[in-house]
Design a protein around this ligand. Structure first.
Ligand code: C2E
Ligand code: MG
Ligand code: MG
Ligand code: MG
Length: 290
């Protein structure tokens, strides 16, 4: 009986190992080819004002569809790109895609904010401010339209992160700490670094109302944000109950499947147009009533 178990375990191990080797040896080349062949595109997930239900912004999320139809998730290829050094090329592509999409979004909603995910390597690179400035210049949007999302990994080099954040903020962009509470950094940096938003990770949101220890942590995070006068964006809101609970805890902004998954730029425009139409109609009706 031990022989088949040993064989199965060996097979599993070599499968895992070969996957690992494939990813780390051929992934950089696959990414290079993918960039050349324009296999990347952006989707936009609406960010909602919980009280009014209005879409006030959207987070740009990268998608990779290979020529053979295979979709590779960012949680899979971004960490490998970070390890193997191709993340800077990916970010440049993201910025190009954003330059194409952003003008149409801002045209409908001038105060719209667009969430841009940057990796630690981007934040630590002195050229990043120039790269993002090029987007602003060529798309006609304002820095005020940009919400830079950085995870706690960028804080490992706190000096460089502080420089980049100060630079972005002095131009009018805002900074969000992404996946807050899942990293390993202490709270000290929050007081030192200039940031505007905390994005509470879906891990915490999903436990709200369960009375579990993790849901206590979620409530504490919201309190910390208030103490530091930071705005909170809740991620991964999947149910009405979660949205209500967040609202009653004083959280103003949320994103998640309950409101909408990530959309193509055109679908997001459609959504914005119909919301805008609803508002003008409402105004017209109240004007008639008055
Ligand atoms: P993130 O920035 O925390 O993005 C939120 C992730 O949660 C997205 O996954 C989104 O599709 C997913 N999500 C949204 N609503 C819900 C929900 O209600 N329930 C659940 N379970 N999930 C939800 P996605 O698009 O697969 O992206 C994963 C991560 O990849 C992102 O996490 C971000 O860290 C990274 N990423 C995505 N696009 C980029 C990019 O352009 N540049 C960089 N550097 N990283 C990116
Ligand atoms: Mg993000
Ligand atoms: Mg996040
Ligand atoms: Mg994440």
């Amino acid at each position: 009986i031990l022989v088949p178990i040993g064989l199965a375990a060996g097979l599993m191990l070599s499968l895992l190992l070969s996957r690992f080797i494939r990813d780390f040896t051929s992934m950089p080349a696959m990414i290079r080819n993918g960039l050349k062949r324009q296999e990347f595109h952006l989707l936009y997930q609406p960010v909602i004002d919980i009280a009014t239900g209005r879409t006030i912004g959207a987070e740009a999320l990268l998608r990779w569809r290979r020529r053979n139809g295979e979709m590779i998730a960012p949680d899979h290829f971004i960490p490998i790109a970070e390890e193997t050094g191709s993340i800077r090329q990916i970010t440049r592509r993201v910025l190009e895609l954003l330059t194409d999409d952003a003008p149409r979004l801002i045209d409908i909603a001038p105060d719209f904010h667009i969430g841009l995910n940057l990796s630690a390597a981007d934040i630590h690179c002195p050229a990043i401010v120039r790269d993002v400035t090029a987007v602003v210049k060529h798309s006609g949007i304002k820095f005020e339209n940009l919400l830079i999302e950085a995870t706690e990994r960028s804080f490992v080099d706190a000096g460089k992160a502080a420089d980049a954040f100060r630079n972005f903020r002095s131009r009018g962009a805002r900074i969000a700490v992404d996946d807050f509470g899942t990293g390993y950094s202490g709270l000290g940096y929050l007081a030192q670094l200039e940031v505007d938003y905390l994005k509470i990770d879906k891990l915490f949101v999903s436990t709200l109302g369960t009375g579990s220890a993790t849901s206590q942590v979620a409530q504490r995070i919201i309190e910390i944000a208030k103490d530091l006068q930071l705005q909170v964006i809740a991620e991964g809101v999947e149910t009405e109950d979660q949205a209500k609970m967040l609202g009653s805890l004083g959280v103003e902004l949320a994103q998640g499947y309950y409101y909408s998954g990530p959309l193509t730029a055109s679908a997001l425009l459609e959504r914005l147009r119909s919301e805008h139409h609803g508002r003008t109609r409402h105004r017209q009706l109240s004007a008639i009533a008055a």
